[in-house]
Design a binder for this molecule. Structure first.
Ligand code: SF4
Ligand code: SF4
Length: 285
């Protein structure tokens, strides 16, 4: 397994055949639409820059790899970060777009059952690469994965799937902090760090981490702020993580548990019915 095509096939086959890729509805529909893959070099300077801006607790690819393979650490230049996007299905996005205060049942199910699939996919990809002679780790699945308080970003994890996706060329951040990709913003991410030689994906937006958001690029839009029932997004201050977390913990999560029988922390009302729901906003081009 030495090419991006082969890695894409591993991810696609698991997406296609794993029973866990399911919303667990009578319809039998999948949790996610077709995945997309991008590759970052382990020594991309943006990983260090992210660490400097978020906090020393944020792992670089090299640090995450060394935690998994302490006996055989590898220099950053020999590592690649394989990042994938799992888009919400059209049905889930249509349902979510009808809601104003509480996430739709399909959305809550993708957050709960779909994320369980995502965890399994991370581990499957890491195991398949390792067995093929390319030791690999899914940082989000490491025992030390967790959250800490960043001086600049509030509560933040020590491996950020969104930041890995940004470095890999999947997309840029929007006003709501979510990543806008060519498949829209209603997506989830996963990643694996592997000792493998692969060409990095071209990052068409360069280092501009907000290039694809209408608000940051043009001073227009703000639709995600209007969609948030908790007023946790403003054009003056962006995403207020604490207000968002409070709304999810006190309102959407208990509702989903009681009415849908799901766990986790669903919301994502700000990810649909907006110009970047399904694509990079066309008005930018
Ligand atoms: S809805 Fe508009 S302001 Fe919000 S992230 Fe998307 S493009 Fe930016
Ligand atoms: S996820 Fe957070 S920011 Fe987005 S709509 Fe829900 S409460 Fe608002």
């Amino acid at each position: 397994m030495d090419s991006v095509d082969e890695i894409e096939k591993v991810i696609h086959d698991f997406w296609d055949s794993a029973p866990s890729n399911s919303l667990h509805l009578a319809s039998g529909e999948k949790a996610w639409a077709e995945p997309h893959v991008a590759i970052a070099r382990g020594d991309d300077p943006l990983f260090r820059q992210n660490k400097e801006s978020i906090g020393p607790f944020l792992w670089t690819p090299e640090e995450a790899y060394a935690l998994a393979f302490p006996e055989a650490p590898v220099p950053a230049a020999a590592l690649r970060v394989i990042s994938y996007v799992l888009p919400q299905t059209p049905e889930t996005k249509i349902d979510q777009g009808r809601e104003k205060e509480i996430p739709a049942e399909r959305w809550a199910r993708s957050r709960f059952h779909g994320e369980k699939f995502n965890c399994a996919l991370r581990l499957h990809l890491a195991k398949t690469l390792t067995q093929a002679g390319h030791p690999a780790v899914a940082p989000e699945r490491l025992p030390g994965f967790g959250y800490q308080q960043s001086e600049t970003f509030g509560l933040a994890s020590n491996w950020s799937e969104r930041h890995a996706a940004f470095v890999a060329g999947h997309g840029t951040f929007g006003l709501s902090d979510a990543l806008i990709t060519p498949w829209g913003k209603a997506v989830r991410f996963g990643s694996v760090v592997a000792h493998i030689e692969l060409p990095a994906t071209e990052r068409v937006y360069g280092d501009d981490h907000q290039a694809w958001c209408l608000w940051y690029a043009r001073g227009t839009c703000g639709a995600c702020a209007v969609r948030c029932p908790a007023d946790a997004i403003t054009t003056s201050a962006g995403h207020d993580k604490q207000s968002c977390l409070t709304y999810i913990r006190e309102t959407t999560a208990p509702y989903a548990t009681k009415n849908y029988g799901t766990g986790a922390t669903p919301c994502g009302l700000c990810q649909v019915k907006i110009p970047c729901e399904n694509q990079v906003p066309p008005a930018l081009f």
